[in-house]
Design a binder for this molecule. Structure first.
Ligand code: EPU
Length: 417
C-alpha cells in the first residue's frame, strides 16, 4: 500500500498550479446523464473519485471518453441500467449524485445507500424527502434506495439543513421536471454556481445561482455542452496552509481567489501575507504564526474541507485558539495523529482546543480521510525529521499528485510504493 515520506523543515518556493475542483466535477459528470447529447468537461482533476464516477456512469450505459489534460467526453445516448452498486458507492459517497439525474431522465434509479464514513453519519434523508415532494416514489430496502417517477413535478423544497450534494441532486432533477421548483435554504458553494452555469448552457432555466434561493423552470429536454470546471478552492487553500506552516514564498496559479474569501481573511489573521491576482495568489509565510480561532460554516463561511489543514497550522501558532466543527460531527480524527507528532491539542465535543507553538517531530501516522490526510502532510512539512503517512489512497481520492506538486515547490517528499 502506498505511503508518503516527508522530511520536514524545508521552506517552499516557486509556483504551483491548482487542478479543477473535484466537488464541482463530480456533480457535473452526473449532469451529463440528463441529456442524450455529448457533454465535454475540461479541467477535471485526474483523481481517484473522478475515475470511480466514470466507471459508475459507464455502468448506466454512458460512453466516457477520457482525453489527455483532464478532458472527458460523456455521452449518455441511452440509459441502459439505473443501478448504482454498493461496491462503487461505498468507495465514494458522492455517487448519490446520480439519483436526481437518473430519476429525471430515466424515471427510475436504484442507488446503494452510501452509509457513514470517517467524518460522520452523513444521511441522505433530505435528498429523499425533496425528491418525494417532487413526486418520486421512494423506498429503502436491502441497503438500496429505489426511486421512480414517470415525470418529476416542480415543488417548493426547503432544506432544513444546508446540504451541498442535496441541493445539487434536486437542482439537476428539477431541470427536467414539470413546472417550477423553488429550493430555499439552498447551499451557495461555488461548485453549485458552476453546476448551474453548466446546466444553463445545456438549456436549463435557473435563477438565483450562488444564492440560497434557486428557482428552476423545468424543460422538456437538455442539450450537450462544453464546460470548463472551476479551480479547486480547497486544493488552493491547502497550498496556502503548506506555505504558512513550512515557511517560504510561493505563487499559486490557475486558482480563483474570489471563491476563498473567508479562507484568505483567516490566513491573513494568522500573519500569512497574501497578494491576490485575478487567478493567482502570492503567499508568504508569517515570521511568527498567530493563533486565531475558526468555526466552520456553509459557504461563504470557513469551509469544513479546510478545517483539518488549518488545525495543523494552528499547532504551530503562538497562543491558544479553538477550532469548532459545525458541519460534521466526527471530523477531528487528525487531532490524535497530530498529538502523536507533538501537538498540544484536545477535542471537547465539536471543538478542538489548540495551544502552541508545540514543536512537531516526524512520526509514523495514518490518514483517515481525505482532508485529515492533507493535514498530516502539512504537519510533516512543518515537523523536524521524517514523517511517514500510511493509507495515502485517501489523499489520492481528491488531490492530484500532491506529492509531485509539493516537490516542485522544494519540499522533501516522496511516495513509497
Ligand atoms: N445532512 C443531513 N441529511 C442529508 C444531507 C446532509 O443530515 O440528507 C447533513 C450532513 O450529515 C452534514 C450536513 O448536513 O452534517 C452537511 O452535509 P452536506 O450534505 O452539505 O455534505 P455533502 O454534500 O455530503 C459535500 C462535499 C464534502 C463537504 C460537504 C460540506 C461533495 C462531493 N462533497 O458533502 O466534501 O465536506 O459538502 O461542504 O461535494 C471533501 O471533499 O473532503 C468532502 C467531504
Amino acid at each position: 500500500m502506498d505511503k508518503i515520506r516527508i522530511v520536514g523543515g524545508r521552506p517552499l518556493e516557486g509556483t504551483v498550479r491548482v487542478s479543477g475542483a473535484k466537488n464541482a466535477s463530480l456533480p457535473e459528470m452526473c449532469a451529463a446523464l440528463l441529456t442524450e447529447k455529448p457533454v465535454v468537461l475540461r479541467n477535471l482533476p485526474e483523481v481517484r473519485d473522478i475515475q470511480t464516477l466514470g466507471r459508475l456512469l459507464e455502468g448506466f450505459g454512458a460512453e466516457v471518453e477520457c482525453r489527455v489534460g483532464g478532458i472527458q467526453e460523456i455521452r449518455a445516448r441511452d440509459v441502459t441500467s439505473v443501478e448504482a452498486p454498493y461496491e462503487l458507492v461505498k468507495t465514494m459517497r458522492a455517487s448519490v449524485l446520480v439519483l436526481g439525474p437518473l430519476v429525471a431522465r430515466a424515471g427510475r434509479a436504484r442507488v446503494s445507500l452510501p452509509g457513514g464514513c470517517a467524518i460522520g453519519a452523513r444521511p441522505i434523508n433530505l435528498h429523499l424527502l425533496a425528491l418525494e415532494k417532487m413526486g418520486a416514489l421512494i423506498s429503502v430496502e436491502h441497503g438500496y434506495v429505489e426511486a421512480s417517477a414517470e415525470r418529476l413535478r416542480g415543488a417548493e423544497i426547503h432544506f432544513e439543513t444546508v446540504t451541498v450534494t442535496g441541493t445539487e441532486n434536486v437542482l439537476m432533477a428539477a431541470t427536467l421536471a414539470d413546472g417550477e421548483t423553488v429550493i430555499s435554504n439552498a447551499a451557495c458553494e461555488p461548485e453549485i454556481e458552476d453546476l448551474a452555469l453548466m446546466l444553463t448552457a445545456m438549456g436549463a432555466r435557473i435563477e438565483g445561482a450562488g444564492t440560497s434561493t434557486l428557482r428552476i423552470e423545468g424543460v422538456g429536454s437538455l442539450n450537450g455542452t462544453d464546460h470548463a470546471v472551476i479551480p479547486d478552492r480547497i486544493e488552493t487553500g491547502t497550498f496556502i496552509a503548506a506555505c504558512a506552516i513550512a515557511g517560504g514564498d510561493i505563487e499559486i496559479l490557475a486558482c480563483n481567489p474570489a471563491h476563498l474569501r473567508a479562507v484568505l481573511d483567516k490566513f491573513r489573521e494568522t500573519g500569512t501575507r497574501i497578494e491576490e491576482g485575478p487567478s493567482n495568489l502570492r503567499v508568504r509565510a508569517p515570521r511568527q504564526i498567530r493563533a486565531s480561532s475558526i468555526t466552520t460554516l456553509p459557504h461563504p463561511g470557513f469551509p469544513t474541507d479546510m478545517q483539518a489543514q488549518y488545525t495543523a497550522l494552528m499547532t504551530q501558532a503562538s497562543g491558544a485558539c479553538t477550532v469548532t466543527e459545525n458541519i460534521f460531527e466526527n471530523r477531528f480524527m487528525h487531532v490524535a495523529e497530530l498529538q502523536r507528532m507533538g501537538a498540544n491539542n484536545r477535542v471537547d465535543g465539536r471543538t478542538a482546543l489548540i495551544s502552541g507553538p508545540a514543536p512537531l517531530s516526524g512520526a509514523q501516522v495514518m490518514a483517515t480521510d481525505l482532508r485529515a490526510s492533507a493535514s498530516l502532510v502539512l504537519a510533516g512539512l512543518g515537523a523536524s525529521g521524517e514523517t511517514v503517512i500510511d493509507r495515502v489512497y485517501h489523499l489520492d481520492r481528491g488531490y492530484y499528485r500532491i506529492d509531485e506538486k509539493l516537490r516542485g515547490l522544494g519540499a522533501d517528499i516522496e511516495r513509497l510504493i
